[in-house]
Design a binder for this molecule. Structure first.
Ligand code: PEP
Ligand code: MN
Length: 256
């Protein structure tokens, strides 16, 4: 293992908007899987502010397993983000998949998300690192922890200083959840004190009734934050409908 740049140059505490990840703080990122409409994002923004979450998510570029599934609004959704950013005091995080999406989204991003499927896309990691923005680096769902840390090292080599690792579940023999949230890896990473590490129980489970217990388990294991999918009408969502929380569920989770 040679993670010298993470050790020498990267922050142990990352600030995105008013949320702090690491250094004993727990940061929250929440919002819809995909941006679908201005009304959906406005309602989500109002709800997030009301329950005190300061970083909003919402994908415009959705790398879906099936090419027949909704791929995100892509460039057509930028205007929605422009309006939401102007109207609400929220930071915004979204996934980029290539140079074009990075260039289009960058002016609106407070942090750049690299998704599970692109965690080994070294050309993309270099481009994202060069922006100097905070990065949320999802773990590839078939990646070892060492490979994941090397992906972070690529970001750091290109210039990233603020990197947040996001454990989002890996492929195992378990079939009752979509993936398996690797809390052992999360707890181990905390012992290494390299980078802040958060958990995404939404993609890990694929089931909104399991998000709350695994969110709590992740925090008990030492997670520096959570990334959660929540949307005004989960059962009408165009993407990941089963796993998205309602805002009532998010409020319940925030209470304890
Ligand atoms: C997401 O967070 O929008 C997403 C697609 O997650 P992952 O890359 O972990 O599958
Ligand atoms: Mn999703």
């Amino acid at each position: 293992m040679d993670h010298r740049l993470l050790t020498q140059h990267c922050s142990r505490e990352v600030r995105i908007g008013r949320e702090v990840f690491g250094g004993g703080e727990v940061g929250w990122i929440a919002g819809p899987c995909a941006v679908e409409s201005y009304e959906q994002m406005r309602e989500a923004a109002e709800e997030l502010l009301a329950c005190g979450v300061a970083v909003m998510r919402g994908g415009l570029y959705k790398p879906r397993t099936s090419p027949h599934s909704f791929q995100g609004l892509q460039a057509a959704g930028l205007d929605i983000i422009r309006r939401i950013k102007a109207e609400f005091d929220l930071a915004y995080v979204s996934e980029v998949v290539d140079r074009a999406s990075l260039e289009l989204l960058l002016p609106y991003l407070d942090a750049v998300q690299v998704g599970s499927r692109n965690c080994m896309n070294y050309a993309l990691l270099k481009m994202v690192g060069q922006t100097g923005k905070p990065v949320i680096l999802k773990r590839g769902f078939a990646m070892t922890v060492d490979e994941w840390l090397y992906a972070a090292e690529y970001l750091a080599q290109a210039g990233a200083r603020d990197i947040v690792l996001c454990e989002r579940g890996i492929r195992t023999v378990t079939e009752v959840t979509r993936f398996t949230l690797d809390l052992g890896a999360l707890a181990w990473l905390k012992t290494q004190d390299l980078l802040p590490v958060i958990a995404d129980p939404s993609h890990a489970t694929g089931d909104n009734s399991l998000v709350m217990p695994l969110a709590r388990a992740a925090l008990a294991a030492g997670a520096d934050g959570l990334l959660l999918e929540v949307t005004p009408c989960p059962n009408r969502a165009l993407c990941d409908a089963r796993q998205q929380l309602s805002f009532a569920q998010l409020r319940a989770l925030r209470k304890n």
